[in-house]
Design a protein around this ligand. Structure first.
Ligand code: Y12
Ligand code: CO
Length: 171
């Protein structure tokens, strides 16, 4: 089932998500719906809060070298924790909850993340490149943060003015 995406400035996006305690069918159905939604909306990453569920759940599905977004490359990430951050990198980000706006954001270059898969199996991964950026972006959602909060004061002011205009125009 394709779910509705919560769009900025909905206050729900500021919620702090809580840990998943049961790795059951309800979780599996939510993960399946999140995947269907992300693909339908042409996204590469989605956090549960973006579909109105304040749980520590996110998915990431980057395209491979052939520019194909294969389901076998899908990461389903439950209750993630970053245990190591190193370096810095600037990347132009976008978000399904802030559709049509893209800007440069500085984040750590390499991270180590610990999380659980849909069956409750613990996974530890060292990430770099776009996967590291996407994981940090999605984990920010779990803490109630959006990439636009990382913009400079002036850029944020310009964004807010343009966003209000866009919402007023019903776009
Ligand atoms: C690098 C930077 C950010 C991420 C987080 C995941 N972001 C997305 O998946 C963004 C998707 C997105 C898709 C859009 O739709 C189309 O391009 C058709 C879009 O544009 C509109 O909605 C108009 C904006 C964002 C991961 C890695
Ligand atoms: Co986002």
């Amino acid at each position: 089932m394709i779910l509705d995406i919560v769009v900025y400035p909905d206050k729900m996006l500021r919620s702090k998500s809580t840990n998943v305690l049961e790795f059951d069918e309800k979780l599996h159905n939510l993960l399946d719906d999140m995947y269907e939604t992300m693909i339908a909306k042409e996204g590469i990453g989605l956090a549960a809060i973006q579909v109105g569920i304040a749980k520590n759940i996110l998915i990431i599905n980057l395209a491979n070298e052939d520019e194909k977004q294969e389901k076998e490359d899908l990461l389903e990430v439950i209750n993630p924790k970053i245990t190591h951050l190193e370096g810095s990198e600037i990347y132009q980000e976008g978000c399904l909850s802030v559709p049509g706006y893209y800007d440069d954001v500085k984040r750590a270059k390499n991270i180590t993340v610990e999380y659980f898969d849909r069956y409750g199996q613990k996974i530890i991964k060292d990430l770099d490149g776009l996967l590291s950026i996407a994981m940090q972006h999605e984990m920010d959602h779990l803490m109630g943060h959006l990439f636009i909060e990382k913009l400079s004061y002036l850029k944020r002011k310009k964004f807010e003015k343009e966003w209000k205009k866009k919402l007023k125009a019903g776009k």
